[in-house]
Design a protein around this ligand. Structure first.
Ligand SMILES: Cc1ncc(COP(=O)(O)O)c(C=O)c1O
Length: 399
């Protein structure tokens, strides 16, 4: 049975060949740390890491590569921004479409530091209204955190409009680009994001254990480091340097991960994000149109593919989401994620929390039209013949 991977919203697979090669070559032939020593291999590694920073800055349209901070994943980047910015008594605006990597740090600060949080509701398709965000912002709001696209419905949010609206305001805008960076052009200029967090292992095609935080000029002097330690610079000081990127990167970097991430970004720069967007958009249209023709399937998110990314959530009347995902895997080789996808508030809004969540198909740049055909055939079969518990194993033997 061919493996059909449709869990790219969790982490992307496969990666471009150069991604595997970059880690392998570094680990076998160099293994030196970055930014610590002056011998040949160490200098080479430092140069290579700086080059990855440059490539990511280019992808984002950011003028200064030092504003790209390497992190452990998307969650880590969001935590660096949220904990680094907020102090007791501060007010934050966020939304019901957010992932737990935003909701949980904010809940923690609400409970432990007297931070006040306003959560803006979305509509039934997962859309946020910029006016609703504007209404929630107070004169001394410190931060607005918005996901660029929902990881449940794929809905693209009007972040550029929100960013423009905040231009004359004290509040900084933190964009969670976990489901957009690498899938479509994301330009920091028009987006007007002061901070942008993204995993390196999803759309950017790097390995797990990588992520980035873009720190814009409006955050200078306001964003504090939440981790302190060795940077290989200003070593005579026992105070964290205030130069970028060292202010936010304490300890040895994940060099094998970062160099592989650089190869993923290279792939995207060469292929072009317009091409990736078009390819994934065609697959998305095929998938959504086909699923809409299977009557017991309910689709969530905007019907117009231009308003979403390739993340598609469904429920099937009378069937359990986990059971469907298990059967897709064991019977058809189709790998998807079922449940709440670490985003409980949007499921509450959709009413899918009561159903145990949704089945989520998430498309990547290496999926093919045949993958969508396979999903549609499997879903039509599953929808027409509801399974008894345990039947997925029997069905898998027939395929
Ligand atoms: C919208 C969104 N934000 C943040 C994250 C967290 O990213 P990571 O898994 O890299 O920590 C995810 C991961 O699924 C996500 O979908």
């Amino acid at each position: 049975m061919r493996r059909i991977y449709l869990d790219n919203a969790a982490t992307s697979w496969p990666k471009p060949e150069a991604v595997y090669a970059a880690s392998d070559t570094y680990l076998r032939q160099s293994g030196a740390p970055a930014g610590r020593s002056a011998y040949h291999d160490a200098v080479e590694v430092e140069r290579a890491v700086a080059d990855v920073r440059r490539r990511i800055a280019r992808l984002l349209g950011a003028a200064d590569p030092r504003r790209i901070i390497f992190t452990l994943n998307g969650t880590d980047a969001l935590n660096l921004a949220i904990h680094g910015l907020l102090a007791p008594g501060d007010h934050v605006v966020t939304t019901d479409v957010e992932h737990n990597s935003v909701l949980r740090p904010l809940r923690f600060l609400e409970e432990t530091a007297g931070v006040t949080v306003t959560r803006v509701a979305c509509d039934a398709a997962g859309h946020l209204a910029p006016a609703a965000v504007a209404t929630a912002v107070r004169p001394h709001t410190k931060l607005v955190v918005v996901a660029h696209a929902s990881n449940v419905t794929g809905t693209l949010q009007p972040v550029a409009q929100i960013g423009q609206m905040l231009r004359g305001h004290e509040a900084l805008l933190l964009v969670d680009a976990a489901q957009t960076l690498g899938h479509l052009p994301v330009d920091i200029g028009p987006l007007a994001a002061d901070l942008l967090a993204a995993p390196g292992h999803k759309g950017l095609l790097g390995p797990l254990g990588t992520g980035i935080l873009y720190v814009g000029p409006r955050a200078d002097g306001r964003l504090h480091s939440v981790r302190q330690g060795g940077t290989g610079t200003e070593s005579e000081q026992d105070r964290q340097p205030e130069t970028l990127p060292q202010q936010f990167e304490a300890g040895n970097l994940n060099v094998p991960g970062i160099l592989a991430l650089g190869a993923g970004v290279d792939y995207l720069l060469q292929r072009g994000l317009d091409d990736v967007r078009q390819h994934e958009g065609e697959l998305l249209t095929k998938l959504v149109d086909g699923l809409a023709r299977i009557p017991p399937v309910t689709l969530y998110g905007p019907p117009n593919p231009a308003q979403r990314v390739g993340v598609v959530s469904v429920t099937v009347a009378g069937q359990d989401a986990q059971q469907i995902a298990a059967t897709l895997d064991s019977g058809y080789g189709i790998q998807v994620r079922a449940g709440l996808h670490c985003a409980p508030r949007i499921h509450h809004r959709l009413g899918t929390d009561r159903l145990g969540g949704t089945v989520r198909f998430s498309i990547g740049p290496f999926n093919r039209p045949e993958d969508m055909d396979a999903v549609l055939a499997a879903m039509a079969e599953l929808a027409s013949a509801p399974l008894e518990a345990g039947e997925d194993q029997r069905r898998s033997r027939h395929v």
